[in-house]
Design a protein. Structure first.
Length: 724
């Protein structure tokens, strides 16, 4: 970054009100060392507001700002009234160049957030965030009004009103109190289901250290690690800005928060008296630290950008501006020295953040979790098993394609959220190590979030991500024969083509894609091109049969298992139709289309597709929540001659419960030999399911595992499953 040039201010925090109707005990404006708010007008007057609009529009023109954000903050901005906020927004949009996109947002405690205010904000497309620290007994620890009374009920009612305006609902903000159990806090926000929640560490520095840490040095580190693990394993569908930004910084993307990563000054604060100020959280350091010495009446925003105050802040956001300790730290590129206000001591800002140990522990732990997600399995604890919020009703929906599309899509969203940071890390690594591929990597990292998520969960891209990251970590990935799988950075071109032209349509039958075939070495033969036309036709007929039986199941296959590869296993008996799937390539089905010298029956091929898809569906659930608490010892399986781990038996029960219904359908719809064959298959499968029941009962499943087993057996058999 060219530090000799002026910064580009793209966000303007307007203090439209300098008072608040709450008395939160941690507030950086009212409860810390800088008390200049006392000398500020309570509200920004009309003349000042008009000049603020002029200065922002003027700056957007002269600095060629393509996109700017107006943030109405306080104090409590709604003390000025929603009408005033809307007027300012309209004026900025009207006066800014037509080439400048102007967004606006309100940060409020919610006490004055009425239906009328929300209607006005929605009409002007002004987003709204609300501050709430958790359930009432948590929120009331710090967020009381000036009479010492609770603000919780009014805030929660405001959130419920805001939920009725999803187009402008930006999210929630909570300040962490480490005496509160992370599970309770995450569970509370999961139920509220906001678009995003931002967890903030209490503002502190070396002069005013974090509360409670003197008595318990590990207090905040312990909380952060527990909260991260719970979020990573069980609350991945909850967008937590702190953790999302951490993962983005780890994979090399620009941080969206000043808590992580190096960067530049992009925000300017304007107080109610029209004075220009730096980042307002710097008020926790010393009186006057934020003041630039200029105001809207005396200077343009371009002039503010050249002040020594802004230059000093910019320096602190550069590698050169960090302390010696930070520059020598292996995680400096991720942490970036931490939040600038948190680095302050009586001699200035030449220190690591006061939360240095917490940040280092969290970054190291998050990096380890990403690595373990790639190359190892996570040990399931009893506590983790107990916290899953999947109800029996959820699992009934999950098991039933006709009713469970919503659950499946939610699981895919959670899987995408866990997979996306890994994919972006692989893309970033490829661009950094291959100059000729850099432009494609940059295109991908700038793609819309929904497209990135869609790409990240495609079977071949998922394996490419795994292989690329393993090479980046110095790990040599191997196929099932122990041969090293080479890195293929050029595969990013295929991904880029999908980004530009869209995904290949379903069904994707036997695509010649290396990352659908590399893991299986020469032990698996992929059908040659001269067999492709009859194999494709046979597969389409099998999918048609599935669609006739259960259209919702066919749609589910399209969502979860879009890739079908035609294979042969040379080690298997020639009369046996082998099929398999593997969670190293989630969403890919490997199916035999030949039996001996001929082609497999279309009904058996449909069986194989359903079989392997059900495995993939269960893998999807397992990527979010465990079903087996202890995957040992090996147990007998009615479907296999060899002993199986409990998870393998569970998969068999889950798969064959659907195949039982499939063959019962074929039996009812057919005549002659096919009818006899279908009856034989259905009878055999039901006997196997009955034999598996007591074995599965005696394995150590999680609560979700027990409930899902109960659902499966209650749905397809008349067995009494009271024991589970």
């Amino acid at each position: 970054m060219n530090r000799s040039s002026s910064p580009s201010f793209t966000s303007f925090l307007i203090k439209i009100a300098s008072r608040c109707n709450l008395a939160c005990d941690y507030c950086y404006v009212y409860k810390h060392v800088d008390q200049t708010w006392r000398d500020m007008p309570g509200l920004m007057d009309e003349q000042t507001l008009d000049m603020v609009v002029h200065r922002i529009a003027e700056y957007a023109q002269t600095a060629s700002i393509g996109h700017l954000l107006i943030i109405f903050h306080g104090g409590e901005p709604l003390l000025a009234g929603p009408k005033r906020i809307c007027e300012v927004t309209r004026k900025v949009r009207a006066r800014a160049p037509s080439s400048t996109r102007v967004d606006a947002s309100v940060q409020t405690n919610g006490l004055l957030l009425t239906d009328e205010a929300l209607a006005q904000f929605e009409a002007e497309n002004i987003s709204v965030s609300v501050s709430i620290d958790g359930p009432q007994h948590i929120n009331d620890l710090h967020r009381l009004n000036h009479k010492g009374l609770s603000s919780y009920r009014e805030t929660l009612e405001a959130i419920r009103r805001l939920e009725r305006h999803p187009n402008i609902y930006a999210g929630l903000i909570a300040v962490i109190d480490p005496v509160v159990q992370p599970r309770e806090l995450l569970g509370f926000f999961r139920k509220l289901n906001p678009p995003c929640v931002d967890f903030l560490l209490p503002d502190a520095n070396y002069v005013v250290p974090p509360r409670g840490r003197d008595r318990d040095p590990e207090l905040y580190a312990r909380w952060l690690l527990q909260a991260f693990d719970l979020w990573f394993d069980y609350y991945a569908d909850l967008k937590v800005r702190m953790f999302d930004s951490l993962l983005e910084s780890i994979v090399g993307l620009p941080s969206r928060t000043d808590a992580f990563g190096l960067g530049d000054v992009t925000l300017l604060t304007i107080e109610t008296d029209g004075t220009y100020h730096d980042l307002d959280v710097l008020k926790i350091t010393r009186p006057g630290e934020t003041h630039t010495g200029l105001s809207i009446w005396t200077a343009s925003i371009e002039e503010v950008a050249k002040t020594s105050r802004i230059a000093a802040h910019r320096h602190l956001l550069s590698l050169e501006g960090l302390s010696d300790t930070c520059r020598k730290c292996p995680e400096v590129r991720v942490c970036g020295g931490g939040s600038v206000p948190h680095r302050f001591n009586t001699d200035g800002f030449g220190h690591p953040t006061v939360y240095c140990q917490e940040m280092f522990s969290l970054i190291k732990h998050a990096r380890k979790r990403l690595r373990s997600a790639l190359v190892g399995s996570h040990v399931v604890t009893a506590e983790e098993c107990a916290i899953s919020e999947f109800s029996k009703e959820d699992l009934q929906l999950f098991n039933d394609p006709t009713k469970g599309a919503g659950i499946v899509k939610k699981l895919q969203e959670q899987f995408a959220k866990k997979t996306l940071p890994l994919f972006l890390e692989a893309v970033h690594y490829t661009g950094n190590t291959n100059e000729c591929l850099r432009h494609m990597a940059e295109d991908l990292t700038q793609a819309p979030l929904d497209i990135l998520k869609m790409l990240a969960i495609q079977p071949s891209i998922y394996l490419w991500t795994t292989v690329t990251r393993q090479h980046a970590l110095g790990i040599q990935p191997t196929d099932i024969s122990g041969e090293i799988i080479p890195a293929r950075p050029d595969y990013i071109q295929c991904i880029h083509n999908w980004f530009e032209g869209g995904l290949p349509p379903f069904p994707r039958l036997h695509r010649n894609d290396p990352f659908l075939r590399l893991p299986f070495s020469k032990r698996i033969i992929f059908e040659p091109p001269d067999h492709l036309i009859p194999a494709v036709q046979l597969a389409k007929e099998a999918l048609k049969i599935i669609g006739i039986w259960d259209p919702a199941l066919l749609e589910e296959i399209r969502l979860i298992s879009p890739e079908i590869q035609f294979i042969r296993d040379p080690s298997a008996h020639p009369d046996k139709a082998v099929s398999f799937s593997d969670n190293s390539v989630p969403g890919a089905l490997y199916i035999s289309v030949r039996r001996g010298d001929g082609w497999i029956s279309v009904y058996d091929l449909a069986d194989s597709i359903i079989h392997e898809h059900r495995h993939q569906k269960l893998y999807l659930l397992q990527s979010i929540v465990p079903i087996v608490a202890v995957d040992a010892p090996l147990v007998r399986s009615p479907w296999r001659e060899d002993m199986r781990p409990p998870s393998g038996l569970f998969h068999a029960v889950f798969v064959f419960s659907t195949l039982l219904k499939y063959w019962q359908f074929i039996q009812l719809q057919s005549e002659g030999e096919l009818k006899k064959y279908a009856k034989k298959e259905a009878t055999r499968i039901k006997e196997q399911l009955e034999a598996a029941r007591p074995i599965l009962l005696n394995t150590k499943l999680t609560r979700v595992g027990y409930e899902l087993a109960r659902v499966v057996y209650e749905e397809v058999t008349s067995l009494d499953f009271q024991g589970i």
